[in-house]
Every structure is written in structure tokens, then in C-alpha cells.
Design a protein around this ligand. Structure first.
Ligand code: ATP
Ligand code: MG
Length: 231
């Protein structure tokens, strides 16, 4: 495997992060290293409280880093301006553990909203078409106009996946995407993400405890007490 730095989508070195200030602050990441290349599906597993979500939120530019080095899609996250963070988020599809759909918007509108935020040049008709296209891909072509309350838990999570993919991100970050799903639906969701990685040349970092997903991974990394180890 080449060690050409330019092939990394994610390159994190010696990442340290602490919550709180002064005497009560505590490091939850204690020198975490991790890299993901284009076309790779990487799993990060580890016990509750080991720092998985914290790490993912740093990589996803949802939280500003404190110490170490984090490069995502060629941006240096610790040394970039706030307005650059927005450009970085545009290159990322984030799937949260809870689907976080807006209940007063339909499945289609939940997906369109991302395009409105990130691809301002698309007009409404174009956004609707794109949303339908990606909802069809996740098997929800018949439910585009349904509200979240009319969808099952698995369907809601699939809308969330559609929402994370609609702007064609280079990087997919997923925090326990199958936690609320039954076995069969969970596998479908992961197959979808895996397919995206292998056909679109993006990279995925998926946090999970779910060992049914492990077979899909190119690499499985373990995090314990804020330190990442190769599996
Ligand atoms: N906002 C916060 N303020 C203070 N401490 C926090 C905060 N968020 C998380 N922590 C602490 O940081 C540690 C790591 O939390 P994190 O959510 O990253 O773990 P996790 O590996 O994702 O766990 P889980 O598997 O339960 O989701 C935990 O001890 C948690 O209590
Ligand atoms: Mg977590």
C-alpha cells in the first residue's frame, strides 16, 4: 500500500481532546491516530465512553480540535478559519445515531434541505429531483412525501442516510448507524454505505458495536480509553 499522504481522505495524528476547563478537565482522547483512504470502509469499535463519538465529531468538523493534527479532504482542521469549516462539512456526509429528521418536513424535504444549505445554485425543482433520486436508491421511492411519523424506525434511518449522501460527499461518517435497526434493516443500511464507498470512491468511517457489520470493513480499528489500536 502506498504511503502517499495525498491519498488520505482522513489523516489524524496524536489527537488529544478534553472536555471542561482547568482542574476539572479530563482528556477523553489521549493521542488517537487514524487514516482513511479513498475507497476504504473503516470501522471504529470500542466500549461505551471510549471517545468514539467525540473523535467522529472532530473529524466531521462539528467540533473544533484542540491538540494534534487532523486533515480531512486536504483541509487542516485545527488551523482553518470558521468559514472553511463550512466548506469541509460540505464534503462530509454525517449519519447520526438518532436519525435527527425534522418532523414537520417530509422525507423529501428533509433531504432537499441539505442541498439548499450546500448547493445553493440548485433551484427547487432540481432539489426535488435529486432528493427523489437518492430516496429511490435507499428504497423509499414510494415514501418521498411521507412525514417521519408515517415511517418506521428503519425507514427513518434510511431517510437520514439519503440525507447524508445527497450532496455526494467524499467522506461518510456514521455514528452507530444501525443501533436502532433490526438485523435485516441494519445490514441493508450498511450495504448501501458500502456500495457508495466502492462505487463512488469516497471513504467511510463507521462507529459501531454491531459485529454483523464487521464483515463489510476493509479495516477494523479499536479504541480504548481515548487511544486507537489496529484490530
Ligand atoms: N459534552 C461533554 N462534556 C463532558 N464530557 C463529555 C461530553 N461528551 C462526552 N463526554 C465524556 O467523554 C467520554 C467519551 O464520550 P463519547 O461520547 O465520545 O464516547 P463513546 O465512545 O461515543 O461512547 P458510546 O459508545 O456510549 O456512544 C465519556 O466519558 C463522556 O462522559
Ligand atoms: Mg457515542
Amino acid at each position: 500500500m502506498t504511503d502517499d499522504r495525498s491519498s488520505y481522505l482522513i489523516h489524524a495524528r496524536d489527537v488529544r481532546y478534553r472536555y471542561g476547563e482547568g482542574d476539572i478537565s479530563q482528556y477523553v482522547l489521549k493521542g488517537a491516530d487514524l487514516s482513511v483512504r479513498s475507497g476504504e470502509f473503516v470501522i471504529l469499535a470500542g466500549p461505551s465512553g471510549s471517545g468514539k463519538s467525540t473523535f467522529l465529531s472532530l473529524i466531521g468538523a462539528l467540533r473544533k480540535g484542540q491538540e494534534g493534527y487532523i486533515e480531512v479532504a486536504s483541509h487542516d482542521l485545527l488551523n482553518c478559519h470558521e468559514h472553511e469549516m463550512r466548506d469541509i462539512r460540505r464534503k462530509i456526509g454525517f449519519v447520526f445515531q438518532q436519525h435527527n429528521l425534522l418532523n414537520f418536513l417530509t422525507a423529501s424535504q428533509n433531504v432537499e434541505m441539505v442541498l439548499e444549505m450546500f448547493n445553493g445554485r440548485f433551484d427547487e425543482q432540481h432539489r426535488k429531483e435529486k432528493a427523489r433520486e437518492v430516496l429511490e436508491k435507499v428504497g423509499l421511492g414510494k415514501q418521498v412525501d411521507y412525514y417521519p411519523r408515517q415511517l418506521s424506525v428503519g425507514q427513518k434511518q434510511r431517510v437520514a442516510i439519503a440525507r447524508s449522501l445527497v450532496h455526494q460527499p467524499k467522506i461518510i461518517l456514521a455514528d452507530e448507524p444501525t443501533a436502532s435497526l433490526d438485523g435485516k434493516t441494519g445490514v441493508q443500511v450498511v450495504e448501501m454505505l458500502h456500495h457508495m464507498v466502492k462505487t463512488q470512491g469516497c471513504g467511510a468511517l463507521v462507529v459501531t458495536h454491531d459485529n454483523r457489520i464487521f464483515d463489510y470493513a476493509d479495516r477494523i480499528l479499536h479504541i480504548e480509553d481515548g487511544v486507537i489500536m489496529a484490530g
